[in-house]
Ligand binder design. Sequence first.
Ligand code: FES
Length: 83
Amino acid sequence: MKLTVVIDGRRCEAHDGQSLAALLWALKLPARRSVSGEPRLPWCGMGICGECRVAVDGRDGVLACLTPCRDGQQVQTQRGARR
Ligand code: FES
């Protein structure tokens, strides 16, 4: 089943069961940027490194690797980097 996830205002097609981190990888989008502006990509894929933090439906600091894509989900990169 195909889902639509909106990432930074861009409508993206995702697969049922796909994690947000896998979707970001597939689209070659960084989850966030470091304080020096370097793109940060999901790394461990199992909830340990924190490199995949994004905002999902207005909630900051969500780990994309542990979050399944849902239809209509609103994802913002960058915002998840704030602490
Ligand atoms: S990729 Fe490491 S916590 Fe998500």
